[in-house]
Design a protein around this ligand. Sequence first.
Ligand SMILES: [Zn+2]
Length: 329
Amino acid sequence: MQALLDQDKAFKNFFEKRGHYPKFKSRYDRQAIRYQLDQRQIERTYHAGETLKLPKLGTLNLRWSQIPAGTPKMVTVSKTPDGRYFVSFACEVEISSLPLTGQTIGVDLGIKDVAVSSDGWKSGNPRHLKSQLKHLKRQQRFLSRKQKGSHRRYRQRLKVARMHARIAAMRQDFLHKTTTALVRRADVIALEDLNVKGMLKNHHLAGAIADVGMGEFRRQIEYKAAWAGRKVVVVDRWAPTSKTCGHCGSHQRRMPLSVREWTCPDCQTRHDRDVNAANVILKLATAGNAGCHARGGGKNLGDHESPTPVEARTDAEKFIEAAGLERAA
Ligand SMILES: [Zn+2]
């Protein structure tokens, strides 16, 4: 039944030009089946943390990683490519907002730290994928050499899938911790809009960005903020945040990625590179672009040139530079 509803939606998306023509699922992809729980039978089929009984499957032997809050309306049983089964519940729950903090922060997204907030908090960057990538590549090479349809190929495919799953779980864990910490930190959170899709097209950047999952970061921040009653403000992605002094607003011509700390020649303020960038993002979000002259024509102090739109490519720049540094190293 649920499958028919899904198919209907898929065709609608296609005819209304939102999606591609629906495909049959590959049996090697993630497998999933969804059940609408019959609310009249729920007393008999579901006991939180104890039993779940589904049509055709009977009573499932579950290891409960979490006890769902509220009564589940829908259950999804899925099989991951590495052969594990998961059950997830969709429940209706009243979510209470977090208490107000009175704080407003800007958040700079980057590579050295995935997120740095304007009040000085830094997330770090575990670089999971990178450290495991070499190993994974090797195993993938082995996989491609195995004969199609063979038992060894099947086993190798599971091995590669397990490695992917492990890396994905570690990344997800890190992102959840980071986004939760940020949402707890302030009532209003200002982010810069890095064009994640556009940047992933550039192969040199792809590794570093896919490694931390910028798109997923944004998604988590937004839904957690909505849950907690916080506000997320997204700032124009062409703002030269690293090159602008968060104190006086003057622009520096160059700010190579290797410069972690600097002193503004105009107001003598000492800056941590990323915390300053987060502060500039905060200012842009609260004052609007007028406050900091984000798009060219900046406040021209001393002999610093205001950035042209090309020079102010921003903060996408730091990814390009980082990719360059890595290649050089
Ligand atoms: Zn300054």
